[in-house]
Design a protein around this ligand. Sequence first.
Ligand code: ATP
Ligand code: MG
Length: 425
Amino acid sequence: MSAKVTGIRGMSDILPDETPLWQYVEGILRNVAQSYGYREFRVPVVERSELFKRSIGEVTDIVEKEMYTFEDRNGESLTLRPEGTAGIVRAAISNGLLHNQKQKLWYTGPMFRYEKPQKGRYRQFHQFDVEVFGYEGPDIDAELILMSARIWQRLGIDAVQLQLNSLGTPESRAAYRDQLVEYFSAHKASLDEENLQRLGKNPMRLLDSKLPEMQSVIAGAPQLTECLDQESSDHFAELQSLLTEAGISFVVNPRLVRGLDYYSRTVFEWVTDQLGAQGAVCAGGRYDGLVEQLGGRATPAIGWAMGLERLIELVRIAETPLPDPGPDVYLVAVGDAAGRKALLLAEELRAAAGGLSVEVNAGGGSFKSQFKRADKSGARLAVILGEEELAAGQAGLKDLRGGADQRTVAWNELTSAIAQSLQAQ
Ligand code: ATP
Ligand code: MG
């Protein structure tokens, strides 16, 4: 035997047994976003490396060490997208979607980061994101958060907590930055090599540090709230009041700064204690400066991203009942002639009003083995064709979830008999 080609560490196969749960969750996400008037946008998974460096920021974990960057055959530096916002902004600008227009958008797909793989943290993972352009908020900020809360409700998840903060304008961030440099310079002894470097380049990142020995120093650091400009402060107060009115509880976390450079004003995270160390399920914020920074006309914007692997794990833990993934009917057909007829009969059933889902037994087999497969398929009913039924223009109809005994039905009455039996279940 030849050696097996293995998959790539941190990039999971989603097995057919698991895809019903994924489809269910994705369906709800799509449905909720559309119900708020958001439209889907599909953009490439590869972009020029420069796009991510200019938007996410050079001194961030993602750009410093997590990007999958390569040269194409033309010698151009390309990167597999580590997040979605940058590509959406690039595409919205290059397709002229921001000229005198507002946009409410959603998208979903794989993201790539070269991280240390562990539970809840992968190298290929999936996000569902929403992005809004042209609204200054705070009403739209509240709407985005309400939409995420609606998703928890629809998925039966309640073990999540909303954390909020405001980063103010670039000017108030600059003032805060100076305070942080002063504070952490006085605590240099507690910083490791990496954090010392950050102190020079991007001191807000120090607040993001997960190092246990840093936590008490971080706790004593000055808070951004003290540097907030009046307008940002009013914006933040109004957002909090809208959320309170809508019955959404939250905590203001002055340490929440988010890892990416492009945020301003509102930032938020939904966190849970049910997933161990990987507690952030949904994260986002306002990025009013990014469109201009990437060559577009200044446009206020805000968005969030949900990690689907973590979300799906929460749905599993919550044991939310899922819709039945099996087909309506499994068609059992014994003998060559019955097998041929079964293919045609199944087509008729699928074409009938209501569009039944039908799995036909392929590859022959005895009644016994075919019934085993029927059970395994999760089908609700079996339609049975043997030589006798074939000769009489009939089929057997059996409830695979218990219920009534098997009965015999003429082919031309099969659709209505099936509908009746499905209703009775
Ligand atoms: P973390 O602090 O866990 O590294 P992050 O701040 O880097 O998260 P974002 O860039 O805000 O994450 O991405 C939004 C969401 O995507 C996260 O809240 C999380 O649910 C999910 N996510 C991020 N990185 C990964 C990953 N490597 N594997 C699985 N999910 C991820
Ligand atoms: Mg991260």
